[in-house]
Write a protein that binds this ligand. Structure first.
Ligand SMILES: *[C@@H]1O[C@H](CO)[C@@H](O)[C@H](O)[C@H]1NC(C)=O
Ligand SMILES: *[C@@H]1O[C@H](CO)[C@@H](O)[C@H](O)[C@H]1NC(C)=O
Ligand SMILES: *[C@@H]1O[C@H](CO)[C@@H](O)[C@H](O)[C@H]1NC(C)=O
Ligand SMILES: *[C@@H]1O[C@H](CO)[C@@H](O)[C@H](O)[C@H]1NC(C)=O
Length: 788
């Protein structure tokens, strides 16, 4: 059998068997049948189940695989089942069949029929329940092709060459329960075909090249319970495509080209229990994608190459859902912490073999009946996001040994989720951080996992390079999980920031608030417009930037920034717009992309200005007509007597055009330089230097201190800042044994704190002497430096 057929069949079995009671009769052996049997055929009494699963002892004549070109004869008069599979029949002398009053099943599969046998001219075969004609060469079904079989219940026409069916092809099949028409050449579905089949329960249509289901295609099938539409190349489902299927319980869209969850169409089949959307081109399961499907028990969203994100409330109010499978989606890196709402019965959550870094503990908490979860074969981050897993695992491990409840308090502060079993715990491994890599999640204690974590934008949803045709639309998906939950914003090629103002971070972390001021220089009037800066950009709440009607001006670097109180992660994507009309423009545009930022037509890129100077800080700002994700600030104190003061550097987040340099020493000259740089995000490592322009520098003196007391005593605010800093130092020491970099250890008097990825041990070495600056591996991480 062809592989497609196997797929469709197994899908069908999976779905249909659930609903049908299959008698679990053990093995019933064939019995001898003492009749005159046609030459080379085998005649036996065999077990037989009707399409309604009723058991019979069936006198069976088996003439399979005999290269027959004619019906064997004479056939025993009371033949119940006649098997003629894999012969060379292309026509029938149907009189032979009419001499068999009790013929119930006739198998003519894998023969040479190119048209329906002309049995309709003969008296009816009023006992035939099951007719097999699969794997023949049928191309067309004329009207009333099967009207000789008034009680037929099951008709197999799969793997033929059917491309046209008369409107009344099935006329007379009032009793038909199952119709198998998969793997033919039908390109449309005609609602007329089904009008003759009021009792049909199972319809298998997969493997026909139908791109669009017409509306009300199945309206006549009031009794239909299972509809298999796998492998059809379906791209769109009309809102009313499934109208009238009030009894439908099982629906499969396996292996189609759907790009969205057909939410509207699904709303019209309220009785649905099993839904298979595996192997489609769905990119996002959006909010409300599956909502109020009150009978749904099982849902499959597996094997989707393009799936990147399950959004907030994507599954909402599915009170009967017990099993959810979202596996083998290589780009799925984000499940919103509140993706699943009101799934009160969900017991089994399969999430293995995706690109998930974690499953948020909120997700667990929102599933009160969850018993098992499968997360293996994901790049799991064993840090704060996944601490619940360690706690779970620890409990799980500890329970048999009756460990006192001391450990139960490890997770104090958040509600402890119930015991959830990991499926394949041996294969559920940490991928991050490096010191926990390849450890089994269940063997890592929650103490080893940090309590908060930096944003991390996974690469899956956002490729480094995207090409789009001029005028077409584009969606850039950026998602990040972290604790605290990060805020996301985008920076366009022209340096404009799209997204909410960064307010949350400042309120949570004083250090952060002092460190950067994400505002724009006043001569960029558009810069402050947060959401609808341009009518053709739209920022969706979850972090997707939609560009409708791309123009050559949209070509360039787009940077997504995810920020929380601890730090930020950025990811840059190069968008290329292919011009439809003029190839020249395309060249010009790609030249734009590569052009040195400050070579742009006289636009004074950079223009570093000092806006404000205090004793311990100075606020710098600059103009920036481009998205320059590799922008850095370098600073160094100048002491007349000392030759080499260390130079410090920090990454400037894309879209930022001012910076508050804090923790400076009063009455001291500082040399501050700004390097504007394009990123190497496109992957060309050799471009590092090419992307950076000549630095812009200023020399500034900080204000005098009013008195010459020790620094710590000067102001209460500074005192509290130092306390916070000390606290952070403690955290750093605890969390990352090698977190503080060696330089600050060498020069203890400088009290240099790096509040950055070293916490997570990403090894970012930003604070280095100017001549040894490490660009490179970690260029996408931002760091916040403090120097006192
Ligand atoms: C057909 O089946 C009926 C009922 O099972 C039986 O009484 C009858 O003898 C059968 N006819 C023949 C020709 O075997
Ligand atoms: C810069 O930071 C200092 C504290 O370090 C603060 O007093 C000052 O107000 C900040 N300036 C701006 C403009 O945010
Ligand atoms: C810092 O941000 C605030 C609020 O966005 C703004 O009013 C202020 O001018 C900014 N400071 C500088 C120096 O840009
Ligand atoms: C950095 O500069 C110092 C002094 O200028 C020099 O001794 C050292 O070798 C330089 N390091 C690198 C990596 O260039």
């Amino acid at each position: 059998m062809r592989p497609t057929s196997v797929l469709v069949q197994s899908q069908w079995l999976l779905c249909v068997l659930v609903g049908t009671c299959v008698s679990s009769v053990a093995v019933i052996h064939s019995l001898p049948w003492h009749v005159y049997c046609p030459a080379r055929c085998v005649c036996q009494i065999k077990p037989w189940f009707s399409p309604e699963s009723v058991y019979h002892k069936a006198p069976t004549v088996d003439c399979n695989d005999l290269l027959l070109t004619d019906l064997p004869s004479p056939l025993p008069h009371n033949t119940h089942t006649l098997r003629l599979q894999s012969n060379l029949l292309c026509s029938l002398q149907s009189e032979v069949l009419h001499s068999l009053p009790n013929l119930t099943e006739l198998d003519l599969s894998q023969n040479r029929f190119s048209s329906v046998p002309a049995w309709s001219q003969h008296p009816v075969l009023d006992s035939l329940l099951s007719l097999h004609l699969e794997e023949n060469q049928l191309a067309h079904l004329p009207r009333a092709s099967f009207s000789s079989f008034p009680v037929l219940q099951e008709l197999f026409l799969s793997h033929n060459r059917l491309h046209s069916l008369a409107a009344g092809a099935f006329a007379g099949l009032d009793s038909l329960l199952r119709l198998h028409m998969n793997n033919n050449r039908l390109t449309t579905i005609d609602p007329e075909w089904f009008k003759a089949l009021p009792n049909l329960e199972v319809l298998i249509l997969g493997g026909n090249p139908v791109e669009v289901l017409p509306k009300q295609a199945f309206q006549a099938l009031r009794s239909l319970r299972s509809l298999m539409l796998g492998g059809m190349g379906l791209k769109v489902l009309a809102e009313r495509a499934l109208d009238g299927l009030d009894g439908l319980e099982c629906l499969s869209f396996y292996d189609n080209l759907l790009t969205k969850v057909p939410t509207q169409a699904l709303r019209r089949v309220p009785g649905l229990k099993f839904l298979d959307l595996n192997k489609n081109r769905i990119r996002l399961v959006e909010t409300g994608g599956f909502r109020d499907m009150v009978h749904l028990k099982e849902l499959g969203l597996n094997n989707m190459e393009d799936l990147v994100s399950i959004e907030r409330a994507a599954l909402d109010n599915l009170p009967e859902l017990t099993k959810l499978e979202i596996t083998n989606n290589p780009r799925l890196s984000y499940i919103h912490p509140q993706a699943f709402l009101q799934l009160s019965r969900l017991e089994s959550l399969m999430l293995n073999s995706n690109s998930l870094s974690a499953l948020h503990h909120h997700t667990l908490l929102s599933l009160p009946s969850l018993q098992e979860v499968s997360l293996h074969s994901n790049p799991l981050r064993c840090d704060c996001l996944f601490r619940w897993a360690a706690e779970e695992a620890f409990h799980h491990h500890a329970r048999p040994q009756a460990v006192p409840p001391v450990d139960a308090q490890a997770g104090a502060g958040m509600p402890t989720p119930r015991m959830v079993r990991f499926i394949q715990p041996q294969a559920t491994l940490c991928a991050e951080p490096p010191e926990l890599r390849a450890r089994r999640v269940k063997e890592v204690s929650s103490r080893e996992m940090s309590a908060s974590c930096l944003p991390l934008i996974p690469a899956g949803p956002l490729p480094a390079y995207i090409a789009v045709r001029e005028g077409a639309s584009l969606a850039l998906h950026c998602r990040a999980l972290a604790e605290p939950q990060p805020a996301l914003y985008w920076v366009t090629p022209s340096g404009v920031r799209l997204g909410p103002a960064s307010s949350h971070a400042s309120s949570q972390n004083p250090i952060k608030a002092q460190t950067s001021n994400h505002s724009f220089s006043p001569h960029r009037p558009h810069a402050h417009a947060p959401h609808n800066y341009s009518s053709h950009y739209r920022l969706l709440p979850e972090g997707t930037l939609e560009i409708t009607g791309a123009t050559p001006k949209d070509a360039g670097l787009f940077t997504c920034v995810a920020e929380n109180a601890l730090g930020a992660d950025t990811r840059t994507v190069t968008v290329v717009v292919h011009c439809v009309k003029r190839r020249l423009r395309q060249k010009q545009m790609s030249a734009n992309l590569r052009r040195h930022p400050d070579a742009t037509e006289g636009n004074a890129e950079g223009d570093l200005k000092v806006r404000e100077v205090g004793q311990h800080y100075m606020v710098l700002s600059w103009a920036n007509g481009h998205n320059l994700p590799m922008t850095r600030l370098f600073w160094r104190a100048i002491h007349p007597g000392t030759a080499h003061m260390p130079t410090y550097t920090t990454r400037i987040l894309a879209g930022t055009q001012s910076f508050n340099l804090t923790h400076l020493v009063p009455e001291t000259f500082y040399r501050v330089c700004l390097h504007l740089g394009l990123s190497q995000a496109s992957g060309h490592e050799g471009r590092t230097e090419k992307g950076s322009s000549r630095p812009q520098c200023v020399t500034v003196k900080t204000k005098e201190a009013p008195q010459s007391k020790p620094m710590l005593a000067m102001s209460p605010e500074l005192g509290s800042t130092v306390l916070v800093l000390l606290f952070l130092v403690v955290i750093l020491l605890i969390l990352a044994s090698q977190g503080l970099n060696r330089r600050s250890a060498d020069r203890p008097e400088q009290c240099h704190v790096d509040l950055l990825q070293e916490v997570k041990d990403h090894g970012l070495a930003n604070q280095t002497p100017e001549n040894g600056t490490h660009h490179g591996v970690q260029e996408e991480k931002a760091a916040f430096h403090h120097y006192c």
